[in-house]
Design a binder for this molecule. Sequence first.
Ligand code: ADP
Ligand code: 5GP
Length: 202
Amino acid sequence: MKRGLLLVISGPSGVGKGTVCQALLARDPSLYLSISVTTRPPRAGEIDGKDYFFVSEEQFLEMVARGELLEWARVYSYYYGTPREPVDRALLAGRDVLLEIDVQGGFKVRENCPDSVLVFLLPPSWEELRQRLARRGTEGWQAQQQRLEWARQELALYPRYDYSVVNDRLEDTVATVEAIRLAERHRSFRQQFPWLRSLFDR
Ligand code: ADP
Ligand code: 5GP
């Protein structure tokens, strides 16, 4: 069976990563969205095992020591990481995998899995990013300012990603990411045509 594609989605907080990933998943349930481990406390409405696996700092560092994380990073004041085993299992089963992770994590995934595909989401403008963060209302004013300062630094790194997509109209963004996925699946190095072998083995 053909191995799945490992697709990393990054971009500043509030740009719409979560929204875009959920929309991709709704259109294609065969996609596997990785659930990260984090030491951040759950927000109202977040469910352990669905949005994140919420763990203590001690538990997180044990997972790191045991090599259970494909990548991990400290973002804002918390640790975040991608459990390795479910991702490997999905890829082996031929499913495409989505990782919604920060830019430091994206670079580590590229190091560990050179055939991964890195997609950077940008807001249509700085003002729109500020408004989306404020509108979401999950962080207080101070945390929003911290995320915007982080966003400024993250945005400078978009040229190091394979693809950059402006998340203006959601439907357009989803269609563009799907087009990237489709094109990447057709890269020659990912293709196998068993019937061709019989032509060359003669
Ligand atoms: P992230 O996961 O990148 O932090 P979210 O997916 O939580 O961002 O989105 C942040 C806010 O922006 C949410 O309120 C969401 O509904 C809104 N949003 C996401 N995508 C768009 C879009 N294309 N146009 C307008 N608002 C959007
Ligand atoms: P939030 O606290 O808003 O859910 O996420 C904060 C940031 O952490 C976002 O940029 C998000 O993409 C990133 N993040 C979430 N999970 C992971 C992960 O497993 N690894 C890394 N490196 N970053 C993550």
